[in-house]
Design a protein around this ligand. Sequence first.
Ligand code: GTP
Ligand code: SPV
Ligand code: MN
Length: 580
Amino acid sequence: MTTKNQALAAWVQEIADLTRPQNIVWCDGSEAEYDRMIELMISDGGLSPLNSETHPNCYLHLSDPQDVARVEHLTFICSQDKQDAGDNNNWMEPADAKAKMNDLYEGCMQGRTMYVIPYCMGPIDSPFSRCGVEITDSPYVVINMKLMTRMGQKSLERIEKEGTFVKGLHSTGELDPDKRFIMHFPEELSIMSYGSGYGGNALLGKKCHALRIASWQARQEGWLAEHMLILGLESPEGETHYIAAAFPSACGKTNLAMLIPPEKYKDWKIWTLGDDIAWLHMDDQGQLRAINPEAGYFGVVPGTNAKTNRNAYDMIKQNTIFTNVGTTEDNQPWWEDKKEGAPSTDWKGNPYKDGAGPAAHPNSRFTVSATENRAYSSLAEAPEGVSISAIVFGGRRKELAPLVYEAKSWEHGVLIGAGVASETTAAATGQVGVVRRDPMAMKPFCGYNFADYWSHWLSFAERTDTLPKIFHVNWFRQDDDGNFLWPGFSENLRVLQWIIQRCEGESEAVESAIGYLPKEDGIDIADLDIDPDTWKSLISINDDQWRKEMTEFGEYLDSFGDRLPKKLKEKHQEVSALLA
Ligand code: GTP
Ligand code: SPV
Ligand code: MN
């Protein structure tokens, strides 16, 4: 296999000359190819088969222990002008970045196979989809890209027809944390990644292309590339509303996207369209429509059990790649809060020792095709996407943010999105559990200056008057002993119901400075074990805390200087004045 596209053929040759692989393989995306790659990886130790009776066609990959999460401090946006990347990104001059990377790439694939992976982000026949080609020397990347994207022959055909594609070059290199960089060149639609084999650092279609590069393109072309799940909420009457929700990494997107309603609401249904990324376009009628550019899930394993997420739990019993989990004595995958079995080995492949840390790495992941999910929406592959009724922002906050509140307007909603702050998680290297500002859950993923990004968000109000309503949720409020105040998971359905009722004008709300809050009986919790005071605190605000929050948020906004949209500043002042 090779290609009719001259630019692609020339680029592949150029990279081969630079990296000097032993051989070059063009990936066709077939099942036979996947099976061959699995065999190859088993034979060279990159994968081990799991118990084939309990987990048919499931495999375990253990990363280098120093390479188990995204590396935000080593991730750069290399725009011509530093200000275009903004203070929200690390920046490097493009020529310097390329020189640095080319040094690392020089001869790096000697003795290795270079894989050429054409892929399509989004349904292959959707006008909103975008293609890319990832060149990699990692078989792990090949099998993950097969599950996560539309990969292979069909994508190559689309590339040959359209003539454009995002160029992604990846090498695992020496896996040396001091020789690890994830560089983005948005003006050239290209990505260079070196020194990591892990998830968002290495599967370049995901965060690098579908968020950082795509967000840059989306701004120029009038759409949005967001760190959002997409779900359909179907009522017993058979009416379905679609919701897109942005929560930071490891803050509940996959779980919400696959939610199984509690017993009391068993006639309701949640359909999954996507669990991590949404591309949003405005249609001719002024409706915001969403597609999921991905075709599979790279989801957090720990915490997944029959109670928290039955759909995911069952989905990962077959045809799944596990990365950095432990195993049981009979070679089943094991992780913390699985609520079944016991660990025998840990994520480093050592015998499990009680008290010596978790068996599964907190950022251990499953990779599985979306078609394995029994809640996968029949519209997930629709080229035109689905019409979005509500946009939801959220974060992990022990205090401050109420369970749910609603923006008073689109512009106010943009302020709420820009105000998202959340406790850091194991999805990225660094300290866990510290609150940091994470606007729209895009801090690690927005490929350009946040000030310009907020202007872009605000600009949608000028284009239509039928935009979705905007909400904010927080499933993670805690008491002084660290217990969650809200049961979460399935019970989050009750909050989604309120959100849809608000969209339909069916539920009254209480106006507050920060937005509309539910009335005490606005969300049915009669059958839940929540005492009245706790409930009140979940759906009200503490003015002192909020005054402090708005001051800090205001300082953060001001740090963007002249580029900060005036409208956002006005909205911030409006809310602050209401709290004064
Ligand atoms: P990324 O894949 O990193 O983008 O993460 P995500 O946003 O998809 O998060 P995910 O759904 O995988 O959840 C991350 C962690 O949060 C898991 O350990 C879940 O068990 C936990 N979690 C998810 N939803 C809830 C909830 O409603 N309440 C509580 N307490 N925990 C939750
Ligand atoms: C995230 O960190 O938000 C993820 C996992 O979804 S990764 O693909 O590594 O970015
Ligand atoms: Mn994510």
